[in-house]
Design a protein around this ligand. Structure first.
Ligand SMILES: Cc1cc2nc3c(=O)[nH]c(=O)nc-3n(C[C@H](O)[C@H](O)[C@H](O)COP(=O)(O)OP(=O)(O)OC[C@H]3O[C@@H](n4cnc5c(N)ncnc54)[C@H](O)[C@@H]3O)c2cc1C
Length: 429
């Protein structure tokens, strides 16, 4: 079998590559029984539909907006974000740094004093050259760092924040001006700031609907494929039943995994691959027999007493995701380099949701669906950039384009995945 382009991985990046290759000569190889990767949804027997935690379309790019609208047509809703932080026994609006209103007075004062101090200090180096830990202190001051930035990010990244760079920041962390911080400390300020103030979400079917409509426009998908190895000198992908010859290879599976599949990888590339770090996420999804258990979209939990960093409510994305008279939610727990007991985590999580007042002791949980995301967040430490460069150069030299959140080893969104998939086709015949 011979193809001009072989695409490995049928997540949204691989599907976007295939979609934009149109009628060209390609095949997409996916190891699971269905494509979609992290953008799939799971329908359980009780009528609940769960995504792989909250997957919301925050779209800035006009091309992507048009494409998504064309694909989903009337099955698309635009929502205004309603997200919060739960700490010190109160809910405050997201982002924490611009919405201190409602926190105990002592904490508000500490946050404002720290913020003002940070603005009065001149720094010798550009702020982004500091570690994420120091960047937080220098950008937001000691109070906001202590009560949100540091504990929340420690929980998410699971590394010492002094070892995390700021290369991933982009627009992800809103940086309000002093006036906004003050206004948000003394009034319940509903002005939405940040990259995710609005989002699109399918009216029915969860994020799977986007995958299904994308898939309809793609021929040449092969699922349930086990790749045993890749011979880059002969340009052959060996699978469980057939050898596939290629001219160009587009990789969208995690970088450490593609390196393991390639035969005779040079030692410096193997070494670079071993230096890549990431976090995994355990995603607990619950269906609850009570309507509207919360009016919020999602909530951040910075405090150590909660083992999860974020929880959200599917029923507020789309009523079609759960049966009448019920609610549904997702909980995200980050972990690294250890086995995690799903049962223990479930029990602990339910107890903690009750202690935060989100679940009542009388609540009946009628559906549970625990999904594991082994590769969730790429860690931007001091080794990432140089390791990535070594691996990417090696792959490029061998006609392998590695793209997407895990193929490109980056912090990126579905929108980025769609665009990257489109861009790469310019290099392919
Ligand atoms: C917790 C979390 C929340 C997120 N929330 C959002 C959000 O709200 N909005 C947003 O825009 N983005 C969000 N993202 C990011 C989004 O999920 C990704 O940008 C996007 O799904 C990446 O798609 P991908 O195709 O690059 O990777 P994946 O979805 O990981 O796809 C890779 C595919 O390759 C397949 N594969 C793996 N190994 C092999 C193999 N050996 N052979 C063949 N196939 C293989 C996998 O089965 C999978 O189908 C979130 C991510 C996480 C982890």
């Amino acid at each position: 079998m011979k193809f001009e382009t072989v695409i490995i991985g049928g997540g949204i990046t691989g599907l976007s590559v295939a979609y934009h290759l149109k009628n060209k000569n390609y095949i997409l190889l996916e190891k699971e029984k269905s494509v979609g990767g992290l953008c799939k949804s799971v329908a359980d027997k009780n009528g609940f539909i769960y995504d792989y935690t909250g997957h919301l379309l925050h779209i800035k790019n006009d091309y992507v907006k048009k494409l998504v609208k064309n694909l989903l047509k009337k099955n698309l809703a635009l929502k205004n974000r309603n997200s919060w932080i739960y700490s010190n026994n109160v809910f405050t609006r997201y982002p924490f740094q611009a919405n201190l209103y409602g926190l105990p007075k002592k904490i508000v004062n500490e946050c404002i004093e720290g913020f003002v101090e940070s603005k009065l200090t001149a720094y010798r180096l550009p702020l982004t050259t500091y570690s994420f830990y120091d960047w937080c202190l220098k950008t937001f001051g000691r109070g906001i760092s202590k009560y949100f930035m540091i504990p929340y990010n420690e929980k998410l990244w699971k590394i010492n924040l002094k070892n995390l760079t700021t290369d991933w920041l982009g627009n992800y962390v809103p940086q309000p001006a002093l006036q906004e911080v003050i206004r948000g400390a003394f009034t319940d300020n509903n002005k939405k700031i940040g990259y995710n103030a609005t989002f699109f979400y399918p009216k029915t079917g969860g994020m799977q609907s986007l995958i299904d409509s994308l898939k309809k426009n793609i021929a040449g998908i092969k699922t349930d494929v086990k790749i045993s190895s890749i011979d880059i000198s002969k340009k052959i992908v060996k699978t469980n039943n057939v050898d596939i010859q290629y001219n160009n290879l587009v990789n969208t599976i995690p970088m450490p995994e593609i390196i393991k599949l390639i035969k005779r990888v040079p030692e410096n590339v193997k070494k670079a691959s071993r230096k890549l770090k990431w976090t995994s996420v355990l995603n607990i999804n619950l269906g609850i027999k009570r309507k509207n258990i919360s009016d919020k979209h999602w909530i951040y939990f910075p405090e150590k007493k909660f083992n999860f960093y974020r929880a959200g409510f599917y029923h507020n994305f789309s009523e079609a995701l759960c049966p009448d008279g019920t609610s549904s939610m997702y909980i995200e727990i980050s972990y690294r380099n250890r086995k995690i007991s799903k049962e223990k985590m479930l029990k602990k999580t339910i107890g903690e949701l009750k202690s935060a007042g989100i679940l009542k002791s009388s609540d009946k949980i009628i559906s549970e669906c625990i999904l594991d995301i082994p590769y969730a967040y790429v860690i931007y430490d001091k080794n990432r950039k140089s390791s990535l460069e070594t691996i990417r150069n090696y792959l490029r030299k061998n006609f392998i384009f590695s793209v997407g959140r895990y193929g490109g080893w980056q912090y990126s969104t579905m929108e980025d995945a769609i665009l990257e998939g489109k861009e790469i086709t310019k290099w392919l015949k």
